[in-house]
Design a protein around this ligand. Structure first.
Ligand code: FES
Length: 196
């Protein structure tokens, strides 16, 4: 493995098609339209070398309208999430906003930032867990409207949740929660002086 040149902005556009899925037909043609519009606009702006547009399979959000797009690095402005969904061709100007001039691709040779503390990691994990829990619930409600968080903790009571994508999302959530528990146990077992 070795570092490779990285773009200033990379957008990954889902154009996945689902056949007969309870989650709907996937981003499909809508994703294709967003992808084509982005490719055209990048060429017009002369940014082919620095802004990469890649068509992908399912990104795990599966919107009912528009398409899902992942991007890095995350823009400083709005929207600020690395994943945006319900994207339509009219949104491409916002998606193509240049990242802050001070931000560099991850492999740039720059001074290493300070190591994150355990408390920083715990906060990041809390945010990740919240995001993933919402995703699990959203997917569950696409499969069976009206389900609650408590319901999805007992998936065997709901045959509609016997869906591979939902199980995958739920497994990711369980993984995040497991890392959180491990980190929490490590923080509790550390000598007080190390936490300060
Ligand atoms: S089909 Fe596009 S995110 Fe799942």
């Amino acid at each position: 493995m070795r570092d490779a040149p990285a773009p200033r902005l990379h957008l990954l556009v889902c154009a996945n098609r689902r056949e007969g899925s309870p989650l709907g037909p996937g981003c499909g043609d809508r994703g294709g339209a967003v992808y084509d519009a982005l490719k055209r606009e990048v060429a017009v702006r002369g940014r082919i070398a620095t802004t990469w547009i890649t068509k992908t399979s399912c990104l795990g959000i599966c919107p009912e309208r528009g398409a899902t797009v992942a991007r890095w690095p995350v823009n400083a402005g709005s929207p600020s999430s690395p994943i945006v969904t319900e994207v339509v061709p009219a949104d491409i100007a916002q998606l193509l906003a240049e990242p802050s001039e001070t931000r560099e691709p991850p492999n740039a040779h720059e001074a290493s930032p300070a190591e994150p503390s355990a408390a920083d990691l715990a906060r990041e994990l809390d945010a990740l867990e919240e995001l993933q829990r919402k995703k699990v619930l959203d997917l569950a409600r696409r499969l069976k409207p009206g389900l609650t968080l408590e319901d999805v903790q007992n998936p065997h009571d709901f045959p509609e949740l016997d869906d591979p994508d939902w199980h995958y999302a739920d497994g990711v959530l369980a993984g995040i929660q497991s890392v959180k528990s491990t980190l929490s146990a490590m923080m509790r077992s550390r000598p007080r002086s190390e936490e300060d």
